[in-house]
Design a protein around this ligand. Structure first.
Ligand SMILES: [Zn+2]
Length: 275
């Protein structure tokens, strides 16, 4: 069993088990629970988004074509400087990322340095985000990086507030369907990884999204015949895409779901609330 202890630089969503200091756990919990950018959304049809973090080359060469074969597109949360010191599976080259963009996929932001956002000062976080934007707009000026995913799926309230002023949405890794009053600063998402998600669970999550006419976001990393512990087999991705479409959901990138949410949103003032 691969190490899932949270020490791996790409183990999004599983940082800090066991010996994590209490103050960090409280910080993470507060960011999850205190909803700072809520909107009530009512979609005209259920939505499913497929997202990939970091981004690994296999997400581009294997994952993206699976989406394209089904006539849909995904969202790829990229970190421009992730390769520094990285000894894992190959990361996407700039050319691969540009090709994704040109094929209609959404390139989104995952910080430049892939450091936990709560560990950076406001100034350092702003610089990091600006650097990532510059990195990708240098590839294509219209690569807007409108949406964000937290590295390691972890944040603090302070960083969350800062980032949600910059991006249309920020995505975490707490499983759930985004429906009703949703927090655009901490979108819920379900992990699509063979070690953690089986077909029955995928089917059930999609059924829930369809039943509630909500927005289900899957997140994964690499897509390979022998998937990394945080990645998925091509067959699992293919199954999830087919299941989403078969159950009547529309598969869209995050950015398109945001537009659909904006078009159907109830006019309620934003306020903080704890569920
Ligand atoms: Zn990541």
């Amino acid at each position: 069993m691969p190490d899932r202890s949270g020490t791996h630089p790409l183990l999004d969503g599983r940082a800090g088990p066991g010996g994590e200091p209490l103050r960090l756990r409280l910080r993470r919990a507060a960011a999850r629970l205190v909803r700072t950018r809520t909107q009530v959304v009512r979609f005209s049809e259920p939505l499913v988004s497929f997202t990939f973090d970091d981004v690994l080359e296999s997400a581009c060469t294997v994952g993206a074509p699976i989406l394209e074969e089904a006539g849909v597109r995904g969202t790829f949360y990229c970190a421009g400087n992730l390769g520094k010191g990285w000894a894992g599976p190959p990361l996407a080259s700039p050319e691969r990322t540009l090709a994704l963009h040109r094929r209609g996929h959404e390139v989104a932001c995952h910080t430049y340095s892939h450091r936990a956002v709560w560990s950076l000062s406001p100034e350092a976080l702003a610089q990091d985000i600006a650097r990532n934007r510059a990195h990708f707009t240098g590839l294509a000026p219209d690569m807007a990086l409108a949406n964000f995913a937290y590295p390691f799926n972890t944040t603090s309230l302070r960083a969350k507030r800062q980032l949600e002023r910059t991006f249309a949405t920020c995505r975490g890794g707490v499983p759930g369907v985004n429906v009703g009053r949703i927090d655009l600063g901490y979108l819920r998402a379900v992990e699509l990884a063979d070690d953690f998600t089986d077909r029955a669970a995928i089917r059930a999550w999609i059924a829930l999204a369809v039943r509630e006419r909500g927005w289900l976001i899957f997140f994964s990393h690499g897509v390979a015949q022998v998937p990394e512990p945080w990645g998925c087999h091509p067959d699992l991705l293919r199954f999830a895409v087919a299941e989403a479409r078969g159950q009547g959901a529309r598969v869209v990138p995050v950015g398109e779901a945001v537009l659909r949410a904006a078009g159907s949103v109830s006019a309620e003032p934003q306020r903080e609330s704890v569920p």
